[in-house]
Design a protein around this ligand. Sequence first.
Ligand code: GLY
Ligand code: MN
Length: 490
Amino acid sequence: MTLRQTGLNTGSHDLPVSPALEAFMGTRWAATPLPADQRVPGHPHFPGRRARLSAAFPGERLVIPAGRLKVRNNDLDHRFRAHSAYVWLTGLTGEDQADHVLVLEPAGPDGHEPVLYLRPRSPRGNHANGTEFYRDRRYGEFWVGRRPDLAEAAQLTGLRTEHLDLLDKLLDGPQPPTRVLAGTDPYVDQATGRPGAATRAEADAELAAVLSELRLVKDHWEVDQLQLAVDHTVTGFEDVVRALPTALRHHRGERWIEGVFDLRARAEGNGTGYSTIVASGAHACVLHWIRNDGPLDPNALLLLDAGVETDTLYAADITRTLPLSGTFSPVQRQAYDLVLAAQSAGIAALRPGARYRDFHQAAMRVIAEGLADWGVLRIPAEDALAEDNGLYRRYTLCGSGHMLGLDYHDCAKARADRYLDGVLEEGMVLTVEPGLYLQPDDETLPVELRGLGVRIEDDLVITADGAHLMSGALPRTAPAIESWMADLLS
Ligand code: GLY
Ligand code: MN
């Protein structure tokens, strides 16, 4: 078993290299040192995070891989995005982090020494791998860009660094009790006997849970990164409104809008934090409509659910539902105002000490009462809200929010007592995003309501006495949306 990719990654159409060319390529390259003061962004925060993880698992080896490249086709890989736990612990975010592994090795009575196992930049010239830099399509510096060498990675992170080859030896040797962030790197899983190590499956699951739970409360630097993600997302939404006249003329206007938003995301950050949802008319009744292959109906609503991911890999997640005519029709306004009232009730329920479920329940109460008032729900709202009933959920389908951070559905492995059944704490960042999804073929609905989909989603950070609306730069009320669109289109 080897963790290191052996041999050159070349393609069937790569031309042979003559000895003369090989000799020539190996010489006369100037040194290109890393600036002496360069560190990963936010570097003062990382040692404290590793110390908190260490304290949770004294005496055990903890193995946290960045993940592996995935082939897209033949010799081309998908763009790489490191696992968020690895990013949270190292600050390393680049596409060059594929295959790297952070190990917290037990050291001292209770502590750990963190060691970063990585694939360093290959030296050029007369060495093993001396042609990799210009011949290897997967890892070569001239194919995919420069990677740090061991000393540079140590400087960037403050971590001890070792060659990935040594991880093979470490994992082949005598193993102390070991927990792995399993399912992230198939080679690491195999080297540590996962799956199949039944006795460790629970231990691994606990490691994943703790890594999620440690990320529930964001530090100030993380909140700043999330605000940056939100700010760029706001700019992307403005770009989209300006692009509406062109998109309305295009036979796949949804796809055009996706491109406009994604251009902003890629230009300002790492890209989008998730696949952009652009849903015209009844497509908005599909929660994650990412096919985005429809035209824009000028008389319908457009649901745009999109978020920029920063270069530090923090994501925003915002939804607005816009009238493509520039003005909500009465029935569109009826649905929009109900969702807005639900969202406002949800936001008002956010404060430290509140139960996580409170904001969802507050929002759903408004929706159920509204649906009962409309005569859509033919039972009293109170009955529909009872846990053993929930009939209103035919029209809402999903929860009203989630944690936000390095992942757009952040802290996904946190246990229920810390998340779903837990309590809000200052520094948590979350979305509030109630919606109404009135399916086009739903015979329980009056015809004029069928095919309406509305979601309003904002990002909030829990403060000492409530919550701060991070995405407040975007309008929320129907009149404010109409005048914002008119301004951008004038
Ligand atoms: N904004 C859609 C979702 O969170 O799934
Ligand atoms: Mn969301």
